[in-house]
Design a protein around this ligand. Structure first.
Ligand code: ZN
Length: 306
């Protein structure tokens, strides 16, 4: 058993695997490094990001980060361009990386990629409706859910505000997933960042659905764009009241180096949960659900140390 630095077992359910090939693909697509650095400086908690070069071993760097903070495993969003490197990483460090394939339903090979994710033993797929030109209930997205069900994959969704520059919040409302969740009662859906601004909508889904959960990942800066004052503790309180400990899934949204694993987020969220235990009559079992067991239940993932 691996115990993290906060004193409990932790699986980070939401992070990003960026490599040299990710950056290369961005630049090839016409993205500007200067614009990216600016967004990082002004809209995130990183002063700057280190640009991976060809010699980077992202897998080793992440494995070292996990060891440093005592993190059991981490779930990575995987773009097609880093797929092979990620597969190789999982072979070298079995039981430490969950994989979720980024899927854009507008692409011709979308369903094939979902199938490939299943064959490659990934744990889920990641959809990004805030940057789409269609709703997640559009019938053209249904083949994706069909295949995800066949392959037994968790469906992670980023609704709400996003740092991506192709956002269209008209497609970013979590209520959009209600109908697919009803149509696929055996499929699990996880909404990232508590809905990233559509918090109320996600809380309502806790009442209306049985197969939707929320992840806690990131700095949750969306709190600054609400019409009420929120703190991370208040957010957890509302989330636990609406969804209970079995539907709140810890994540950090770690991505770039030199920042690496976002230990500050683990610490902050762990303290928030700790402070709420008496109010909810929760025990260590509930802490374990949030920080480790929920993501295992949702994906069937087997960490090495089990
Ligand atoms: Zn993310």
């Amino acid at each position: 058993m691996v115990i993290s630095k906060v004193g409990t077992e932790v699986i980070d359910s939401h992070a990003h695997f960026f490599t040299y090939d990710t950056i290369k693909r961005w630049l090839d697509s016409g993205a500007s490094m200067e614009r990216l650095q600016n967004r990082v400086t002004f809209q995130t908690d990183m002063p700057k990001l280190a640009i991976p070069d060809e010699n980077w071993d992202a897998g080793q760097m992440w494995a070292d980060e996990l060891d440093k903070y005592g993190i059991t495993a981490i779930g990575m969003m995987i773009g097609e361009e880093v797929w092979d490197e990620f597969n190789e990483t999982r072979k070298r460090f079995p039981g430490r990386f969950l994989g979720y394939a980024n899927i854009d339903p507008a692409l011709e090979n979308a369903v094939d990629l979902v199938k490939r994710a299943g064959k490659d033993d990934f744990q889920g797929i990641k959809l990004y409706p805030s940057s789409w030109n269609m709703h997640v209930y559009d019938e053209s997205v249904y083949p994706i859910y069909e295949e995800a069900k066949k392959q037994n994959l968790l469906v992670i969704l980023h609704f709400g505000i996003t740092i991506g520059d192709r956002a269209n919040l008209r497609f970013g409302n979590p209520l959009d997933i209600q109908r697919p969740a009803q149509d696929f009662p055996d499929l699990n859906f996880m909404i990232a960042h508590f809905g990233a601004g559509f918090f109320r909508e996600v809380l309502m889904l806790m009442y209306q659905t049985h197969n939707v959960v929320m992840d806690t990942s990131g700095s949750n800066m969306w709190m600054n764009y609400q019409d009420v004052d929120l703190t991370i503790t208040k957010v957890f309180e509302r989330a636990l009241k609406a969804g209970a400990s079995c539907r709140v899934v810890f994540g950090t949204d770690s991505s770039f180096f030199p920042r690496g694993f976002r230990y500050n987020i683990l610490e902050e969220q762990y303290n928030a949960v700790k402070s709420l235990l008496p109010q909810f009559n929760y025990t260590q079992e509930d802490v374990d659900l949030i920080f480790r067991d929920n993501i295992i239940r949702l994906t069937g993932f087997k960490p090495t140390n089990d």
